[in-house]
Design a protein around this ligand. Structure first.
Ligand SMILES: [Zn+2]
Length: 312
């Protein structure tokens, strides 16, 4: 007689949802950080209600009896007291009561976090930062996101809006920041993928972008390498300050541009960061590449869900 093996239902998994400007990435995540199942759908651009309905649909696609908690990462400051997504950059969500709405719909504990914080939690729990309870993560993409794990806890500030590490000043009265930020000389204006595209166009013409800059540098182009070296040194100025403030063992570089350009950015960034950092952090800090790629946000969001479960 043939035996049919029924896989045991694994208790206590969480669904993590990473809300991006173009895609909603959702996944069932086990307590060890492995992604068991995934689902992806486009992010609507027309209305808040539509976005909330699609987030619900993404969860509904994956939810079953094994799910103990839900977690969401959104490109927005989060009001942790009220469980509200304050204002997204590329998605029509303003003052959205995501925690209550998802709790009412699914009856599970719900955690919310900023997307860069969620990515930092993901890398800490299941990626480059495993076993390191003090780390700083910078995601270099369209903008620059930041996340801090300090003493084994995500740092979120008084109302959950920290840590916006991309918006520290590295040049007094320098380049204007992008989007809703009114500041000048912020790290983001110098080291984001957008900044790399601006530098690439100035050097290689209007059709160049950050991807081409990295490709040329990989092929040995001296100008491209020099430009990325300059970006790396600016990045090092920021990292040196973060190291002095948070005393991390690891600085994890993620985001599309951060990972693609890592081999060109790391050395100049570490050199400048070590010049700026004080001992003993200067000797102990290391800059490493993120490991989870585009899954960091959803894996981290799931752990934010587990955190809500523990607090429930
Ligand atoms: Zn800024």
């Amino acid at each position: 007689m043939r035996t049919i093996t029924v896989p045991a239902v694994q208790e206590g998994q969480a669904i993590g949802v990473d809300l991006g400007g173009t895609k909603i990435l959702a996944g069932v995540v086990a307590p060890d950080g492995s992604v068991v199942r995934r689902h992806e759908r486009p992010t609507p651009q027309d209305s808040q209600e539509h976005v909330l309905a699609e987030l619900e649909a993404a969860v509904a696609e994956l939810v079953d009896d094994s799910i103990a908690a839900l977690g969401f990462g959104a490109p927005s400051p989060i009001d942790q007291e009220r469980g509200v997504v304050v204002r997204c950059v590329n998605v029509p969500l303003v003052d959205a009561p995501l925690r209550d709405r998802m709790h009412e719909r699914f009856g599970l504990p719900v955690g919310l976090d900023n997307d860069a914080n969620a990515a930092a939690v993901g890398e800490w729990k299941a990626g480059a930062g495993r076993g390191s309870d003090d780390l700083v993560m910078l995601t270099l993409g369209t903008g620059v996101g930041g996340g801090v794990i300090s003493g084994g806890r995500p740092f979120r500030g008084a109302n959950g809006a920290g840590a916006e590490l991309g918006h520290v000043v590295i040049v007094d009265d320098g380049l204007p920041c992008q989007g809703a930020c009114t500041g000048r000389g912020h790290l983001e204006a110098y080291v984001s993928g957008t900044a790399a595209t601006v530098a690439a166009r100035a050097a290689f013409g209007p059709s160049a972008d950050a991807h081409r800059l990295v490709r040329l540098a990989n092929e040995g182009d001296a100008t491209a390498r020099e430009l990325l070296g300059g970006i790396g040194r600016r990045l090092g100025s920021g990292i040196g300050s973060f190291v002095n403030v948070f005393g991390p063992r690891l600085v994890v570089l993620g985001g599309g541009f951060g990972v693609a350009a890592f081999d060109h950015l790391r050395e100049p960034a570490e050199e400048v960061a070590r010049r700026e950092a004080l001992e003993p952090m200067r000797s102990t800090m290391r800059v490493v590449k993120a490991e989870l790629g585009t899954a960091a946000g959803l894996i981290g969001a799931a752990f934010v869900g587990f955190e809500a479960l523990d607090a429930a």
